[in-house]
Write a protein of this length. Structure first.
Length: 114
């Protein structure tokens, strides 16, 4: 069974940067498009970015130009480089494929605050 482990979150000031990582166990990781999602308290989970198995990317409008998704299939890892962070980016960030989902990992908390 695939396990997802997110890391790299933390507390950062507005305008700062973080790089998130999502490590997946399991050898079939590379065939799927992978997404980064985020969920703020009391809000629904939103898709932030997607990267296909071939490396094509797409972003939610609210992160375009600030976030970059990438993947290393040899390491079964997906990354999210987040620049120009703003308080509204505060959320728990998780990675997963599209439905049917893998079991969700614990996510990684990103807090943007001065």
């Amino acid at each position: 069974q695939v396990q997802l482990v997110e890391s790299g979150g933390g507390l950062v000031q507005p305008g700062g940067s973080l790089r998130l990582s999502c490590a997946a166990s399991g050898s079939i990781f590379s065939i799927y498009a992978m997404y980064w999602y985020r969920q703020a308290p009391g809000k629904q989970r939103d898709r932030v970015a997607v990267i296909t198995s071939r490396g094509s990317t797409n972003y939610a409008d609210f992160v375009k130009g600030r976030f970059t998704i990438s993947r290393d299939n040899a390491k079964n890892t997906v990354y999210l480089q987040m620049n120009s962070l703003q308080p509204e980016d505060t959320a728990v960030y998780s990675c997963n494929k599209d439905r049917p989902y893998y079991p969700w990992g614990q996510g990684t908390q990103v807090t943007v605050s001065s």
